[in-house]
Design a protein around this ligand. Structure first.
Ligand code: A2P
Length: 278
């Protein structure tokens, strides 16, 4: 059951003071927090009945801890049909938002701006057979939403989620997610056998190692998956990671494989979203 908080309660880091809630924000209650590593955690909040979004979009998040709170863009990691709203976050030691956000507890209040937006949505892509979701680190968040949305499987025959992290432990959120997805009574039916999770690690031994960009350049990605190299007729891409990862992956999709960037206004064969919170 969802509980929509209208007024800030008086306990915990997310509800420290009686600052007024900005009129363009919802004030929501934290329902779950899970820490994966000393750098990564997820949290879930209640969902206001009037909050609508498309799977893959992002929204601005803040804490009610100042007269003018700091807001940062967060991809929504839950699908649009979910009763709650999920986020997957990095912890930056001196990050203006994440140094406080990483301390939130169940029952605390999180501010969420009312208007979601973003380009990592099914509408911004032309129809195709195979959808690649390229992610590094917390860049998996919008895909956590999209792989749990039946619409993704209505539009594509096969969904390949690639996730590259520095360390093995950082892959855990994604592994948990794919399991949830396959076992879900609604989405599991669509995802089983059609959702492929390809994980690689760059700074520790692991069965698959290396940056996704290098694995695309060398062709190892396609050999490992047992699929033909990317082509504009059949394949679509979505990219989410650091600015450097976005630029490098985008350049390969354009120059090596002939894909063209799309937008909400003009759908194309791939789309890009920055996933970097400080
Ligand atoms: P590497 O360990 O070689 O830097 P980060 O946590 O810094 O965002 O990195 C997450 C993952 O993304 C790491 O595995 C990192 O590899 C990889 N990465 C960093 N920069 C790029 C890039 N320009 N292109 C592809 N992958 C990258």
């Amino acid at each position: 059951m969802t509980q929509h908080v209208e007024v800030v309660a008086a306990a915990g880091v997310g509800s420290a003071a009686a600052y007024p809630i900005p009129s363009n924000c919802f004030a929501e209650t934290v329902t779950e927090v899970k820490h994966y590593t000393d750098r990564l955690f997820k949290f879930r909040i209640t969902r206001p009945a009037s909050f609508r979004f498309r799977s893959g979009e992002f929204v601005m998040i803040g804490l009610p801890n100042a007269e003018r709170p700091v807001f940062r863009a967060y991809s929504i990691a839950s699908p649009s049909w979910d009763e709650e709203v999920e986020f997957f976050s990095i912890k930056v030691p001196d990050g203006p938002l994440t140094e406080h956000l990483q301390k939130i507890k169940v029952g605390d209040t999180v501010l969420m701006r009312k208007k979601p937006t973003g380009t990592l949505v099914n509408d911004a892509l032309l129809p195709g057979k195979r959808l690649y979701m390229f992610s590094t680190g917390t860049g998996i968040a919008p895909f956590a939403s999209l792989i749990r949305d039946p619409e993704t499987y209505e539009k594509f025959d096969q969904v390949i989620l690639t996730h590259t992290c520095r360390e093995v432990a950082e892959l855990e959120y994604g592994k948990e997610l794919v399991k949830i997805c396959n076992e879900d009574p609604l989405v599991g039916e669509f995802a089983k056998g059609r959702l492929i999770h390809y994980t690689t690690v760059t700074r520790e031994p692991y069965p698959f190692t290396g940056r996704i960009t290098d694995l695309m350049e060398s062709g190892k990605l396609f050999e490992d998956l047992g699929v033909p190299p990317i082509c504009p007729e059949n394949d679509r891409g979505m990219i989410c990671g650091s600015m450097a990862m976005l630029n490098d992956t985008k350049a390969i999709l354009e120059n090596k494989f002939g894909l063209e960037e799309g937008s909400n206004a003009r759908p194309g064969t791939f789309v890009v979203e920055r996933a970097f919170v400080d």
